[in-house]
Design a protein around this ligand. Sequence first.
Ligand SMILES: Nc1ncnc2c1ncn2[C@@H]1O[C@H](COP(=O)(O)OP(=O)(O)O)[C@@H](O)[C@H]1O
Ligand SMILES: [Mg+2]
Length: 360
Amino acid sequence: MDNNKVVEVLRGIEDPTSRTDIISARRITDLKLDGVNVIFTLHTTGLDDSQKAQLNFKCQEKILGIYPDAEIHIHMKAAAQGSGADTPLPQVKNIIAVASGKGGVGKSTLAANLALALAELGYKTGLLDADLYGPSMPTMFGLKGKRPKIYEHYGKPVLEPINQYGIHIMSIGFVVEPEQAVVLRGPRLSGVLKQFISDVRWPELDFMIVDLPPGTGDVQLSLVQSVPLTGAVLVTTPQEVALDDAVKAGNMFRIENINVPILGVVENMAWFTPDDMPDKKYYLFGEGGGKKLAKLFNTVLLSQIPLVQSVREAGDSGKPAVLCGDITADNYKETAKKLVRQTVIRNEMLDPTKMVNMNQ
Ligand SMILES: Nc1ncnc2c1ncn2[C@@H]1O[C@H](COP(=O)(O)OP(=O)(O)O)[C@@H](O)[C@H]1O
Ligand SMILES: [Mg+2]
């Protein structure tokens, strides 16, 4: 019997919770062949009993298909709660939240353009619109009224993210009309967010960007309990008064048992630049907020993005600025490059973030 052949047939089995196979989803470890015995561990994190049974059966079936006399020993193993290996999205390498203290500072605009810039750099990228009260992504990506495909997978209904401009997107706005989203509260809300993570078939991704609502509410708390966040990016405007709220938003991630690293700060609307005078800078909202915030959190100022009319127009038109060759396109691309650098450093220096377990 041949190790590689066993891996190859197991690769033919779809993973119940992600849009990959069970080898890519890292469900199989410690594979050993010993005489007629095939021994391995099957990691069952995130699976219900019926999925576990189906997966066990499929593994046996595949191996017996090539080695009919094999004796198969499968150790089913669920990761310990909060162990770090216990992630509902093993196929997603980095999950980064875009957060701010206030609404209207440009979080969603940044999240959309950052995701597109990452894709342009060659990274497989997803965008989770977690602003359940006011989803922006259907409008920003020209997907209003679009519905994701739903189908049955291992006996459970799953949603397929919508692919637009090369990135994979999920938003509450694809599921309910925006006016209906505002009635979601508390448990319903965290249920929706959890579903967006475990009942959506996300493909293998290098980056998942999560667009949050403003502040430090239910959605933020649900998110850190639902996935291990690699880090957060804080968005602020330059004025002093915006700073207090931004600090509160950042502090939430730094609470001891949440412990999500702040990868950087983006100062949006840093100055006003008329579209036809790209070299002019008018400091309408003052200066220095971004730098101050970065210093406070001992992190870097990833970029300063000017206030430009075409950025808003691009967002409203369903084709974000990065795709329009806007004068800010380079700002967003530079932001993406710096964010990648910060992520690499973070992953080298720090252990993976653990999901927050509220029962501890
Ligand atoms: N750099 C910018 N220049 C011009 N308009 C911007 C810029 N950033 C954001 N906007 C506009 O400001 C408004 C609020 O931005 P949005 O991204 O929705 O903020 P948030 O998600 O923080 O509430 C939108 O109309 C958006 O198009
Ligand atoms: Mg928003």
